[in-house]
Each structure stands twice: as structure tokens, then as C-alpha cells.
Design a protein around this ligand. Structure first.
Ligand SMILES: Cc1ncc(COP(=O)(O)O)c(C=O)c1O
Length: 609
């Protein structure tokens, strides 16, 4: 666990050198150095770092793999991709996606009116916009406006009524008619947590009967020339490649049938998103069973095979992978504020001149415990503790003796666990769970890791430093919300071990990785904790630059944003303070200065200065 599964989830993006975690790119800056530089400006609380080079890496990997597969399979269609805005709409993420995707004509996908307007403002005219989700007349008209402005836009219909509205708008306005796509409802169902988008009971898509009806409606309205795409999406984070292949066969055959039915302008298959990210830190529980290479080869090969068998022109391939593109680019960094079982520290022992004999025996066991006798001595210690508790209940030893017994036994178990960590037994593992340490992190799980809260989605977690030492403490993480759900519990199936750090002497920063997809907009202001302060980090050969600084909202700002009047709140508090009794005028003025300062700071704790 010293490596925290880096070789599994990190895709070579990080390396450990002299116990410090570094970016594996150009000047290899350390995450700790970046964090400390930001904190030197006075920022406290969680920090979200964005690394645009990791977005570039993923975009390049997507295009290169598909283009290679197209070459190797002598496939006749081309490859296009759009980034689904729902995955991360925040400006510094989207701007990086658009900037890094420029050379590839990488486009954007929108699933709502606001996202569509954003896509219209950000997508270069050479790239594509695809529009999914339920649409009303206004959203459809926005699509027409985009086409009129020169965008290559495809409105994908989720039902026949949307198609009828498109036709109505086309017949009543002279705006350019956009390309039309049909979302098909596949029989195939995906796998994994998010696999609710496919199957007969799926929320989206047209059945075979509706697809045939749609083609007729388009032919009657003389708009069949606009039908350019069929689309499907069987779910996000598809862990298994088998259902993807099944869905491709189904969608490929629907495409071929529609071409044969006279939809000759139909040239594109949009296979949606779903390309999975490796979130796991343990090799036995990997998140996916395929690579991007296998994924792209399978898509290209299968579509080519289906079209050749039916003698149909190879379609252009579109993907809407989002998680795969942006998950890795963002890292959440939080300081650990406190460790909650330090009360068993050896320096809290208060031994007497004359201790009860069993305590003396515990002292001996603690001193002479070694690699060979560890298990036996630990058993003896547990046995003695039982006896000492009984003696306490019967009034033969006092509270100080009991406290000494707890500290000594706790220490003996800790030492035994440490000495036997390479060969843990069932019993040791269970003890480890019982003895877990609670690490209080200056963050909100609801705000920064909502998928952990809602779906128990695991994110890779590791310290940014102290990495030359093997961690031994079974760790649960507590966030600072007043909610018992704000906890990442120690899970023996996927254990997290952290270091036993003396926080009076050392900092301890934890990184939560692969948090760049979905977490930011899904994050909620539970307890009024706001988005972490965010920064973009551009790395070059010599160093790195920090830009796009966006500090976490102040207390006044968050109250304003949910409908209170921050100014009035301040006026009221000021008046109450000035009218109050029992403090001097000077104390009133000083307290008022403090109060105003507090209201300008974010709500995270400032205990680690
Ligand atoms: C229609 C559509 N396309 C693309 C995506 C993005 O999926 P992913 O982030 O798994 O690539 C989604 C997400 O649910 C979606 O609904």
C-alpha cells in the first residue's frame, strides 16, 4: 500500500520520488509544493487543482486510438468526438477541453438549454455540436439558431413529439434546419452503477416501431435529407466490454436497415459515452476489463463487419466520452486536521510506583515484543486486558490503572500489526478494522465527492508526502460536515492505510484523484460548504504556473447566493454587537473588525495555519 495503487489507477500521470508525490510530466513538480505555494497566499480549506496537460493526453489518446483502429481495419468512415458538457461545465475545465481539442475539431454535446447556449458559444464551426435530452420548442429553436449561425449541429430526438416540433419549426421559420439524429432504444443493457440508460425500460430513445415511424414522418415532411445520425448511450462507466459490443451490433444493424430504407443522408453512428476510468487502488477489484485500445478496435471492427455483411457504406463514428476525457485532470487536496485515536499515545501513560501485577506484565510485553513473539504477546495482552477490565468492575484497580492498561494494550496491538503487516492473518485484519484511525479532513464529501456519498463510488486516495514510510493505520476519513454520512469508512475489501502522523509537528495532505468528471456540478452546499478553491496548473520544462485562481466563496457570498441579504445580515450583527453590554468600546471595535474579516473568508476550517 506504500504505492497506493499508483500502477493501477494513475495511468503513469504521477510518480513518487523520495517520499513525495510528483506529476510525471516535464519538470515533474510535486503536488505538495504546488499546495504549499497556494496556501502561502493565505488560502485555507480544500483545493482543487486542474491539470490541462492531462486533458490533452486523454483527447490525444481517444483520437489516436480510434484513428489507428480505422487505419488497421481499413475502415472507410472517419472518427469524430464531442465532449458532453454535463460531465464538467465549469469554465476552466471547458476552456481547457476546447483549447486542447482544437487541432482535432473536438466538439461539445449539450443536454439542456443552458448547455446548448454554452456549446454554441464555445464550439469552433469546424467541430460538431450534438444535442441530447428532452427538448421543448425553445430548445429546438435554439438548435435552428445554432445551425443558422454556421454550427454543425445535430438535434437528436428522444421521442416522436420532438420530431414533430422540429418539423413545425422548420415549416414556420426560414432558419436553417439542423441535422437530425435519432436516439435508439436498444435491447442491450449496460453494466455497472450507471447502466440505466439502455434496455427496453430505458428512459431514453425510440423503439423500432417509432424509428420506422420517424423515417416516414421525415420523408413526408421532405426532411429525410436532414437525418444524419443514430445515437445510443447504454450508461456511464461501462465496466465490461461485452455489453458495449452487444449494443454496437444492435445499433449497427439498425443503421444498416435505415440506410436500406432510403435514409441515404444517414452517415453517422454516435456511440455515446461510457468509456470507463480506472478508479480502483486494488488490483483485485479493478473498475474495467478493457483498455482504450481494445474499446476503439472493437467499435471499428464490429461496425465495419456489420456494414460489409449488409453491403452498406461505413458510417462515421462519433463518441461522447466525458468521464474518460476529464476525470484525471482534477485532484482534490485536503489537509488532515486531526487524528482521532491519538488518546492512546504512550506519553499519556501515568504509571505508578507500584502497579497492579498485570499492568507490570503488560509493560514487559510492550518492551520485549518482537517479530517472532508478536502474535503470542498480543494474545497475552488481550487476555490481560479482559482480566484488568474485570478487576476494574470489581473495584480492585482504579481508573488510572484502567487507562494505563488501554494504552499499553493498544500499543502492543499496533506494534504487532506493524511487525506482521506483510503476513496479515484474519484476526489481525479484524483488529486493524477495530483500531482504525479517524482522519478529519478539511473538506465536505457532499460538496467535493458527491458520487462517494450517493453511489459509494471509490476515488483513489493517497497522501502527497511521507511516502517513503509504509502506512499502517487503517483509516476512515471524516469530513467537517455535521452529518454522519460525511465519512469514507475503512473498507476491509478495499483497505486504505495512512500514516501515523504527529500533526503538531508535521502537515499531512491527502489527494483525492480522478475527481474531474461529474463531481463539481453534482456537489452540493450541504452545511453551506462551498466549492473548493480552484487553480489551473500549467507545467513546463523548468517549472509550473498557477492561473485561473478561483477562491472558495466567502460566508457572505454563500448566504447571498441562497437568497439572504449578506449586507443586511452584517448590519444587523454590527448593531447587536455595538448595542451589547459588558465589553469596552475598544473590544467592540476589535470584535467588529474580526467579524467583518470572518464573513469575507470561506467556511472551511482555518486550524492549520
Ligand atoms: C447521452 C450521453 N452521452 C454521453 C455521456 C457521457 O458518458 P461518460 O461520461 O460515461 O463518457 C452521457 C452520460 O451519462 C450521456 O447521457
Amino acid at each position: 500500500m506504500k504505492e497506493f495503487g499508483l500502477s493501477i489507477w494513475a495511468n503513469n500521470n504521477y510518480l513518487v520520488e523520495n517520499g513525495i508525490l510528483r506529476l510525471h510530466y516535464k519538470s515533474n513538480p510535486s503536488l505538495l509544493d504546488i499546495t504549499q505555494n497556494i496556501r502561502a497566499t493565505g488560502v485555507r480549506g480544500p483545493i482543487l487543482l486542474r491539470f490541462p496537460h492531462l486533458i490533452k493526453k486523454q483527447i490525444r489518446s481517444l483520437y489516436n486510438n480510434f484513428n489507428n483502429a480505422i487505419r488497421e481495419n481499413n475502415y472507410k468512415g472517419n472518427f469524430n468526438a464531442v465532449f458532453p458538457l454535463k460531465v464538467n461545465q465549469f469554465p476552466h475545465a471547458v476552456n481547457a477541453v476546447v483549447h486542447e481539442g482544437k487541432d482535432y475539431n473536438y466538439g461539445l454535446e449539450a443536454g439542456s438549454k443552458a448547455e446548448l447556449v454554452l456549446a454554441m458559444s464555445k464550439t469552433p464551426h469546424k467541430a460538431h455540436i450534438t444535442v441530447n435530452g428532452f427538448k421543448d420548442k425553445e430548445m429546438i429553436t435554439l438548435g435552428f439558431i445554432a445551425a443558422q449561425c454556421g454550427h454543425k449541429i445535430t438535434l437528436t430526438i428522444e421521442g416522436l413529439n420532438e420530431l414533430k416540433t422540429i418539423i413545425a419549426v422548420a415549416q414556420t421559420s426560414s432558419l436553417k434546419v439542423p441535422r437530425i439524429g435519432i436516439r435508439v432504444r436498444l435491447h442491450s443493457v449496460g453494466s455497472g452503477t450507471w447502466a440505466k440508460s439502455g434496455g427496453m425500460d430505458a428512459k431514453f430513445g425510440l423503439t423500432s416501431t417509432e424509428i420506422i415511424e420517424a423515417v416516414k414522418i421525415l420523408q413526408n415532411a421532405s426532411l429525410i435529407k436532414n437525418l444524419s445520425m443514430i445515437h445510443f448511450h447504454i450508461g456511464s462507466q461501462m465496466e465490461d466490454i461485452a455489453p458495449i459490443k452487444k449494443a454496437l451490433r444492435e445499433a449497427g444493424n439498425i443503421y444498416a436497415e435505415l440506410r436500406k430504407m432510403g435514409a441515404t443522408s444517414l452517415e453517422n453512428i454516435n456511440i455515446g459515452g461510457g468509456l470507463a476510468v480506472e478508479y480502483d487502488q486494488h488490483s483485485h477489484s479493478k473498475s474495467r476489463n478493457y483498455s482504450i485500445k481494445e474499446f476503439s478496435s472493437s467499435v471499428v471492427f464490429l461496425l465495419g463487419e456489420i456494414m460489409d455483411a449488409k453491403n452498406v457504406k461505413h458510417p462515421n463514428i462519433f463518441t461522447e466520452s466525458g468521464r474518460f476525457i476529464v476525470a484525471s485532470h482534477a485532484v482534490l487536496i485536503t489537509p488532515v486536521l486531526e487524528l482521532f485515536s491519538q488518546d492512546y499515545k504512550e506519553n499519556l501513560l501515568h504509571l505508578k510506583e507500584k502497579n497492579p501485577p498485570l499492568i507490570d506484565e503488560l509493560i514487559d510485553l510492550n518492551k520485549s515484543l518482537n517479530d517472532v513473539n508478536a502474535i503470542e504477546y498480543m494474545h497475552d495482552a488481550l487476555d490481560h486486558m479482559e482480566s484488568l477490565f474485570t478487576l476494574f468492575d470489581l473495584g480492585y484497580i482504579n481508573l488510572q490503572d484502567r487507562s494505563n492498561a488501554e494504552i499499553l494494550v493498544h500499543n502492543i496491538i499496533k506494534k504487532a500489526l506493524y511487525l506482521k503487516s506483510a503476513t496479515p492473518t484474519n484476526e489481525l485484519e479484524q483488529l486493524q478494522v477495530k483500531l482504525q484511525e479517524r482522519y478529519l479532513i478539511n473538506a465536505s464529501i457532499f460538496q467535493s465527492l458527491p458520487d462517494y456519498w450517493g453511489l459509494k463510488q471509490h476515488f483513489p486516495i493517497m497522501p502527497l508526502h511521507h511516502l517513503s514510510k509504509t502506512p499502517h493505520r487503517a483509516a476512515s476519513l471524516w469530513d467537517i460536515t455535521c452529518d454522519s454520512d460525511g465519512e469514507i469508512r475503512f473498507n476491509p475489501e478495499k483497505p486504505l492505510y495512512l500514516h501515523d502522523v504527529n500533526l503538531d509537528k508535521n502537515d499531512y495532505f491527502l489527494g483525492f484523484f480522478n475527481v474531474g468528471a461529474y463531481q463539481e456540478t453534482l456537489g452540493m452546499n450541504h452545511n453551506l460548504f462551498t466549492k473548493p478553491s480552484e487553480y489551473t496548473i500549467d507545467i513546463d520544462e523548468d517549472s509550473y504556473t498557477i492561473s485561473n485562481k478561483n477562491e472558495s466563496k466567502s460566508l457572505i457570498h454563500i448566504l447571498d447566493s441562497i437568497g439572504y441579504n449578506g449586507k443586511n445580515i452584517l448590519i444587523q450583527l454590527e448593531k447587536e454587537l455595538l448595542d451589547s453590554n459588558f465589553i469596552t468600546e475598544k473590544e467592540k471595535t476589535d470584535t467588529l473588525i474580526d467579524l467583518k474579516l470572518f464573513l469575507q473568508q470561506n467556511g472551511y476550517l482555518r486550524t492549520t495555519d
